[in-house]
Write a protein that binds this ligand. Structure first.
Ligand SMILES: [Zn+2]
Length: 94
């Protein structure tokens, strides 16, 4: 996965990499009838197979709205006091 970091003030935005966080969740909805695939963590292949099978069962249904959800995390950039607080394992104030 390509990692890109955008920086605003003393905070940096990047992908969520915490334990259990998926890189992406893929899903699709048939535009003709609204039937939805199951969601798939990290792989679009099960959703693609679902779409192909859906069209196989319903030959007129050939358009899908595909969605890939990704997760972001904002972390303190160098110079931000929260960086040191986080490093000490303290809870950041809400
Ligand atoms: Zn359909």
């Amino acid at each position: 996965m390509t990692r890109s970091i955008m920086r605003a003030a003393d905070w940096a935005l990047g992908p969520e990499t915490g334990e259990g966080a998926p890189e992406a969740i893929f899903s699709a909805v048939c535009v003709s009838c609204g039937e939805a695939s199951d969601a798939s963590d990290n792989s679009r292949v099960p959703v693609e197979v679902w779409a192909l099978k859906h069209t196989g069962r319903n030959p007129g249904h050939r358009q899908f709205k595909a969605t890939a959800e990704t997760f972001w995390r904002v972390t303190p950039a160098p110079g931000n006091p929260y960086r040191e607080i986080d490093a000490q394992g303290a809870q950041a104030p809400a």
